[in-house]
Write a protein of this length. Structure first.
Length: 107
């Protein structure tokens, strides 16, 4: 038992001398306050509408499709039902029935 304790003690002293605190040089520890990071606000650019509000004010119920096309470019998409036709633009929709403008929505 004493022999085992001596071997363990000697091993501990040997390991301490090889890998102990005396063999490691201390490095400086950096202590600082948290840094303020500047918040960047991203600036978003709105898409330009594909029409002018003046032209939208020229719309009248009963206009034909050719009269509407004289004011605006071709629609983004056209949806058809048996009785109606819906022209979709980026910022507004036009509703036709029987080839005549019946309603519109400015989005």
């Amino acid at each position: 038992m004493i022999r085992t304790m001596c071997i363990v003690g000697f091993s501990a002293c040997l390991l301490y001398s090889l890998f102990g605190c005396a063999s490691v040089s201390p490095r400086p520890v950096e202590v600082s306050l948290p840094r303020r990071v500047e918040e960047r606000k991203e600036s978003f650019v709105w898409a330009e509408p594909s029409y002018r509000p003046k032209e939208l004010k020229k719309l009248r119920v009963g206009m034909t499709k050719s009269e509407v096309l004289a004011l605006f470019q071709e629609p983004k998409s056209i949806k058809r039902t048996p009785s109606d036709e819906y022209w979709e633009y980026d910022w507004f929709e036009l509703y036709f029935r029987g080839g005549r403008l019946v309603n519109w929505f400015d989005l």
